[in-house]
Design a binder for this molecule. Structure first.
Ligand code: TRP
Length: 464
């Protein structure tokens, strides 16, 4: 996807490709592993009572997430275009309505909204690099660290600064073509993040209330499971695997033939899940040992881990490293949120990639202001509070809810219906290049029946 190889390929009439299967796995894992794993998973698990929620989430990954990831990558690879065009091309090729391209539009809209608040949260992580490096956390109490977090949120100018910086980082990479520098950087940084998470889990074993943290995550208490928790778990399965909005379609459109889509989807999903569970194991023991509320919301990671960094030997170094790596994880995800839009602008409007990245990025940055202000000057603005399900939600909460819990599952549902019902099973099977008949049948049943029914049931329960 680098611009250089793209130009060359355009001359020869060929499309740029990932250099190898490994490159695709890394890019897709880079997209999947991000704030969703380390920031969002722990805090929504805390808000939704732990074990039972985690179990539903794991189930959604296996039964809905993996099959849909395969479907999305397949759509991208067969269409070889941006999500909008790929859907249109495949639909017309199969003799179906070109209206399927509207799914492509919806997914691009979701990506737009998600990136607008994603960048604000990534900005928190950016600012925490400085706190960690300057030793602010050393020996600090839970109250002091909570205070640091609330004063950051209370200060719109600072939030804006970090949000702008993060958006700039995202634009730069997408403008240069995703394969340029970041693909190589991620090769190194992802394993580093993994190792650092293991170190943090080690610390949590030594100094936290590990038994309680472990039980909280893995001992399901179904009395705590509400229907809205099931919706959140399902929505998060989409969010964390980067599904339902075209990122995997866009990445799949650069995937060479003869790479097993099933295997790669499974590998990516497993790595993503392991990172989320490790983050949970690192955070909850510290949360419980220090009397932090597990249900304290979006600030959970930013209030628990700094406490650990403030107490452990070498904490300033580990803390700095951790937040740097978190920013990189967010960065490799954010580029996948901007890529589908830029790919489309390039393809359709013939807009230069650089201009498309800047134009798209600046518009998203603007929408990001809504989230920035949701934490301070607009923290009392709760526009949809008259509806029970949106009660008490700020505009940031609403954007998050609307995308993760509604638009992503809807995007995934439509992708499943498209692959399962609009395309012929023969063409789908060829596109997946799946040799094993049994495996294909399992996948096809999941995509045709299980996924759509599951998503619909969860929707109906929550709206009704
Ligand atoms: N999966 C990423 C995370 O967990 C976020 C993300 C990147 C995403 N691309 C996406 C979410 C596409 C939904 C759709 O942080």
């Amino acid at each position: 996807m680098s611009t250089a190889s793209k130009d060359q390929n355009e001359q020869t009439g060929q499309r740029a490709m990932w250099s190898s299967r490994m490159a695709f796995i890394l890019a897709a894992t880079g997209s999947a592993v991000g704030l969703g794993n380390i920031w969002k998973f722990p805090y929504i698990t805390g808000e939704n009572g732990g074990g039972a929620f985690v179990l539903v989430y794991l189930l959604c990954i296996a039964v809905i997430g993996i099959p849909i990831m395969m479907a999305e990558v397949m759509i991208g690879r067969s269409g070889r275009k941006s999500p909008i065009s790929a859907m249109r091309i495949l639909a017309t090729r199969a003799g179906r309505s070109a209206n399927w391209q509207w799914v492509g539009w919806m997914v691009i809209a979701s990506a737009f909204i998600i990136l607008s608040f994603y960048s604000v949260i990534a900005g928190w992580a950016l600012s925490y690099i400085g706190y960690a490096a300057s030793g602010t956390f050393a020996g600090a109490s839970a109250e002091t660290i909570g205070g640091i977090f609330s004063s950051l949120l209370a200060d719109p100018a600072t939030l804006l600064l970090w949000h702008s910086l993060f958006m700039l980082l995202t634009i730069v990479v997408v403008a240069r073509g995703v394969r340029g520098g970041l693909e190589r950087a991620v090769t190194l940084l992802m394993p580093a993040l993994f190792v650092l998470l293991l170190v943090m889990v080690g610390y949590a074993v030594a100094a936290g209330d590990f038994a309680r943290g472990f039980a909280f995550l893995f001992r399901p208490d179904f009395s705590k499971l509400t229907t809205s928790a099931v919706l959140t778990a399902m929505g998060h399965a989409f969010f964390t695997l980067s599904l339902g909005m075209g990122a995997m379609m866009a990445y799949g459109s650069y995937l060479p033939e003869k790479v097993s889509i099933a295997k790669t989807a499974i590998i990516v999903s497993i790595m993503d899940t392991v990172v989320a569970l490790l983050a949970g194991l690192a955070i909850f023991p510290i949360v419980f040992a220090n009397g932090i509320e597990a249900s304290s919301g979006p600030g959970l990671v930013f209030q628990s881990l700094p406490l650990a960094f403030g107490q452990m030997p070498g904490g300033a170094l580990f803390g700095t490293l951790f937040f740097i790596l978190l920013v990189f994880a967010a960065w490799s995800s954010s580029i996948s949120l901007l890529e589908p839009l830029v790919e489309w602008l390039e393809e359709h409007r013939g807009i230069d990639r650089k201009i498309a990245a800047i134009g798209g990025g600046v518009s998203i940055w603007l929408l990001g202001l809504v989230s920035v202000f949701s934490f301070n000057i607009w923290s009392d603005v709760k526009p949809l509070s008259m509806f029970k399900m949106f009660e008490g939600k700020t505009m940031f909460d609403l954007l998050d809810y609307l995308t993760a819990n509604i638009m992503l599952p809807l995007g995934g549902l439509l992708a499943a219906l498209f692959v399962g019902w609009a395309l012929s099973s023969k063409s789908v099977r060829e596109a997946l290049e799946m040799e094993d008949n049994m495996q294909f049948k399992v996948w096809y049943t999941l995509v045709r029946y299980v996924t759509p029914v599951a998503v619909l049931i969860v929707f109906i329960y929550n709206l009704g």
